[in-house]
Write a protein that binds this ligand. Structure first.
Ligand SMILES: O=C(O)CCC(=O)C(=O)O
Ligand SMILES: [Fe+2]
Length: 156
C-alpha cells in the first residue's frame, strides 16, 4: 500500500513517482479513487492516464515477463502523476516466481528470426542487481544483467 501526499516530489511536473519499469513478472495496481498512474504505450513519448475505476485493477508487465516472452512483451514504463492535490492511496501486488527458480524464455518464442534475448536467470539475483550501484546506473538494467550480446551463443 502506498500513500502519495498532496504535494508531489516534483512540484513543477506533479510527478510523484518518476518513470520506471517494475522488475517483477507482473504487477497489479489498484488505485483508490484518485488518479495518478500513467503508462507509456509506444515510443512517441506520450503518457496515457489509467483511470481509477471502481472494482478494476491495472496489470502491468514487468521485466521478468520480458525475459519469459523473449522481449515480445516489454516491461511497461510507468509513473505516478498527481495533478489534483488529493491525497492518493494505491495498493500494489507484485508477482514473483518462487525462490530458487530460474526464469527463461519460452522455447516457442525463440527462433532464428527472433534469437534469444536474455539468458536464463535467477529472478532474485536480478532484483539484487536492479538495486545495486551498477543496476541503478545502467540505462537498461535487464539487458545489463542477462542480455545476450549479438554474437554470443547461449544454451536456453
Ligand atoms: O501507485 C501507483 O499507481 C503505481 C506505483 C508503482 O508504480 C510502484 O510502486 O512501482
Ligand atoms: Fe511501478
Amino acid at each position: 500500500m502506498a500513500r502519495y501526499g498532496t504535494s508531489p516530489e516534483d512540484d513543477a511536473t506533479r510527478v510523484s513517482m518518476p518513470e520506471h519499469r517494475d522488475y517483477v513478472m507482473t504487477s497489479m495496481v489498484v488505485q483508490n479513487q484518485v488518479e495518478g498512474l500513467e503508462v507509456r504505450l509506444n515510443d512517441d513519448g506520450s503518457w496515457y492516464a489509467v483511470p481509477p475505476e471502481l472494482d478494476t485493477c491495472a496489470i502491468l508487465a514487468g521485466g521478468l515477463l520480458q525475459v519469459v516472452t523473449n522481449g515480445r512483451v516489454r516491461a511497461c514504463l510507468h509513473r505516478v502523476k498527481t495533478p489534483s492535490n488529493r491525497d492518493r492511496f494505491s495498493a500494489l501486488v507484485g508477482c514473483m516466481p518462487v525462490q530458487g527458480s530460474t526464469v527463461r524464455a519460452m522455447a516457442e518464442l525463440v527462433s532464428e528470426d527472433h534469437p534469444l534475448m536474455y539468458r536464463p536467470c535467477d529472478p532474485y539475483e536480478y532484483v539484487r542487481f536492479q538495486f545495486s550501484e551498477e543496476g541503478r546506473r545502467s540505462k537498461d538494467a535487464l539487458k545489463a544483467f542477462c542480455g545476450v550480446a549479438k554474437d554470443e551463443h547461449v544454451e536456453a
